[in-house]
Ligand binder design. Structure first.
Ligand code: SF4
Length: 63
């Protein structure tokens, strides 16, 4: 079972640390929206993770 850390994934993404985000399972996110829904700070976690995933795939295609 993969335990995801939405906050860490989004923070890595905001800093352009795509490899670190991938290492902690960003691509396993199913974009269900639950983390955004329950976030007490109302952080846009799911949209940010969606962008992180897009950037990871984009960086892969450059290699
Ligand atoms: S969007 Fe869903 S699957 Fe992705 S990190 Fe948030 S709660 Fe987990």
């Amino acid at each position: 079972m993969m335990l995801l850390h939405p906050l860490f994934i989004s923070q890595y993404g905001e800093r352009g640390m795509w490899e670190s985000a991938e290492e902690i399972g960003a691509l396993d996110c199913r974009e269900c929206g639950a983390c955004s829904f329950i976030c007490p700070a109302h952080r846009p976690l799911t949209p940010t993770i969606r962008l992180v995933k897009s950037d990871i795939y984009a960086n892969r295609s450059k290699k």
